[in-house]
Design a protein around this ligand. Structure first.
Ligand code: SAH
Length: 303
């Protein structure tokens, strides 16, 4: 999964209508603006430390960063922008959207400063392992192509995701800051096979075309929350994307944009529906934040 995704992201921009999948920031500017507002509010309530940086993991085309930073800058945040991205193709797109950014290959390379961090649909792309009765399920070369070597009740674990969360939480616990994580997944750990592949906006068999299709697995927010707590960060409840965006005021933002641009009303209504409706992204996608014990709880997590 790690090798396939490294190749997949390094060789294309997979986002948008002509690509393989579309993400929340690509649906509407309102998503990034509300992320920016939540981070700006938290930063201000923390006293507005000037050493703080904006950091994003897997920023895609840089759309979320550009929309979020517009709001952060308007709120007085003048800190640096640090993007963790391995794909050269996507780094190029990000450089157009956020020209003054500083890029890193790994979270370990982020400076030791207070963080305003966001990761949207990042953890789902990090590799998982699957176990059947405690034995790791592996991929073998079979007559007709690739195949799994065993079937049964599957348990997924992701040391890569937990190590990533541990690194962020350690940084927050020592230097201050808050981090927002948005992804599809479940609030409580549970057995099940959630590995999936998407190509051209359709689900495809996971082993059919390795490296040429987007390979993801649902995020286990309970496991990520534990990893963050173990490293000394505080963790919010997990809320649905729909509830979170409504709590942050997507309705008011849509209304303001509609008043300023009446011709955009149909587009704005459709975007709110896609982002918030429970049959679209509203329920499947979850949001969790972690923060330094010395920083306030980010807004939006009231249940
Ligand atoms: N956050 C963006 C893009 C999500 S796609 C959006 O919401 O539109 C996943 C992103 O994570 C891509 O930018 C991809 O190149 C990046 N990525 C995947 N695996 C990575 C890794 N191991 N290290 C750094 N970036 C990675």
């Amino acid at each position: 999964m790690e090798a396939c995704n490294a190749y997949y992201y390094a060789t294309r921009d997979p986002l948008g209508r002509d690509g393989d999948f579309t993400t929340a920031p690509e649906i509407s500017q309102m998503f990034g603006e509300l992320v920016g507002a939540a981070l700006a509010d938290c930063w201000k309530r923390a006293g507005g430390p000037t050493a703080a940086i904006y950091a994003e993991l897997g920023p895609g085309r840089g759309t979320l960063a550009a929309d979020g930073l517009r709001v952060l800058r308007a709120a007085g945040f003048a800190g640096e922008v640090h993007l963790v991205e391995t794909s050269p193709v996507l780094r190029e797109a990000q450089a157009k959207a956020v020209p003054d950014a500083i890029w890193h290959d790994s979270i370990a390379d982020l400076p030791a400063r207070p963080l305003l961090l966001v990761a949207n649909e990042f953890f789902d792309a990090l590799p998982v392992q699957q176990f059947v009765e405690g034995i790791e399920r592996r991929v073998t070369a079979a007559a007709g192509g690739l195949a799994f070597d065993r079937d049964g009740e599957i348990e997924e674990r992701s040391p890569a995701r937990e190590a990533t969360m541990n690194a962020i939480a350690t940084c927050l616990a020592h230097c201050g800051g808050a981090a927002l994580f948005v992804d599809y997944g479940h609030e409580k750990s549970a057995p099940g096979d959630t590995l999936q592949a998407v190509k051209g906006h359709r689900y495809v068999p996971v082993l059919s075309d390795p490296g040429e299709q987007d390979l993801t697995a649902h995020v286990d927010f309970e496991a990520l929350g534990s990893a963050a707590r173990d490293a000394g960060a505080e963790v919010t409840p997990v809320v649905t994307q729909g509830a979170w965006l409504n709590n942050l005021g997507i309705g008011a933002r849509a209304a303001a944009l509609a008043t300023a641009n009446p011709e955009r009303v149909p587009e704005l209504e459709k975007a709110v529906d896609r982002l918030c409706h429970e049959e679209q992204m509203g329920q499947l996608f979850k949001v969790m934040a972690i923060h330094s014990p010395h920083w306030p709880v980010p807004a939006g997590f009231a249940q």
